[in-house]
Design a protein around this ligand. Structure first.
Ligand SMILES: [Zn+2]
Length: 113
């Protein structure tokens, strides 16, 4: 592997297990609509009504109905059915890291359609 991880990427990966325990201990939960503005900037469209499929349990839900956890270095969006991590967003000074490995797919509408 010649891929060199940045500090943010490394932190993102190592936090995965930690987040799981932290969230169970009762971290601040927000509706995903709270991060809708950031998502709109990233994707260029309104994301709250965009369907995404959970890679863990197959549940298809609008992004706005996911559970958003904003404690920690970024935003974590969890499946409302199985609590699996669907998406993570981490901001660094010069980039936004989007981890969507927990989404089987995200169904983006065609613009102008
Ligand atoms: Zn799920």
């Amino acid at each position: 592997m010649s891929h060199h991880e940045t500090d943010a990427e490394r932190r993102m990966n190592s936090d995965m297990a930690d987040d799981m325990a932290d969230d169970m201990a009762g971290s601040l939960t927000l509706d995903a609509n709270a991060v809708a503005g950031r998502m709109r900037e990233l994707f260029g469209i309104e994301m709250t009504a965009v369907p995404s499929a959970c890679a863990h349990c197959g549940n298809v839900a609008e992004m706005g109905t996911l559970n958003a956890f904003t404690r920690g270095p970024g935003v974590v969006l969890r499946c409302s059915a199985c609590s699996g991590v669907v998406m993570r967003i981490v901001e660094t000074p010069d980039a936004t890291l989007l981890d969507a490995r927990g989404a089987a797919y995200i169904r983006l509408p065609r613009t102008g359609a």
